[in-house]
Ligand binder design. Sequence first.
Ligand code: MG
Ligand code: MG
Ligand code: MG
Length: 307
Amino acid sequence: MAVYVVGHKSPDTDSVCAAIALADLKSKLGLECIPVAQGELNNESKFVLEKFGVKAPEIMTDGTGKQVILVDHSDISQSLDNLDKAEILGIVDHHKVGDVTTPNPVEVWTWPVGCTCTVLKNMYDFFGVEIPKDIAGIMACAILSDTVIFKSATCTDKDKEAAEALAKIAGIDDLQALGLEMFKVKSAVEGTPIRDLVKRDYKDFDMSGNKVGIGQLEVVDLSILDPVKEQLAEDIKKLKQEGGYHSVFLLLTDIMKEGSLMLIASDDPSIVEKAFGKAPEGDRIWLDGVMSRKKQVVPNFEKAFAS
Ligand code: MG
Ligand code: MG
Ligand code: MG
């Protein structure tokens, strides 16, 4: 029986490319693995796979009776449905350790770096397995995506080293240019339903017993979102109602100005001031220098909810 390698819900480029790369590595090490994604790929991921001629993974959303390896997450809320009925064989990640537990010992590789594919590049090296050219290309793109072209607070020297080494293997001569090309694809909002924009890169969290959703849209210029900003603000209020959330936040991240406008729908908006030391203006707040949900937003809210 094959083992499935799966990234988080609302798949992003890292969770897709990490699943593909780890399935390749594990299969070459003798464990037959199939990469899967928990939903339709976003435009950026489609662009990246097409660019390097890599087949998109199948979609799988239920873990019942499956053997799985998790990449780019270890939170139950972000994982397969019925994960408790699956057998987890491993985790490769770069987030805080989540709430997944296992009855058996597992192989866990988590590093505090900017991207799962950075960990994977080092795993290939550790096991002495050559990285195929096409997979090196998509791994480099995942690093560009997760580190926002090396600008994010999560980016480390290991990410830059890995991306440069992968670029060499893949024959990419300008990582910056490739990064900008990707983010232009990612920035496109035209013709996309509002709820799809809210959910494009969206994660659920349990914060001290409160259900919290945090989405993020990364664009090359915030003005791209001007035509839809008010609708987005309205839609997260609706989503909060429908999903029984304490709070839903949507980060509109300007990767050139290096900051985020956060839209707020919350039972207790004062949680925002508690988290960031600054009062919101109505249902939004500009957070200068904040680009990383994982490093600059989630920990602040977790502390604020816990206090
Ligand atoms: Mg991810
Ligand atoms: Mg990631
Ligand atoms: Mg991301």
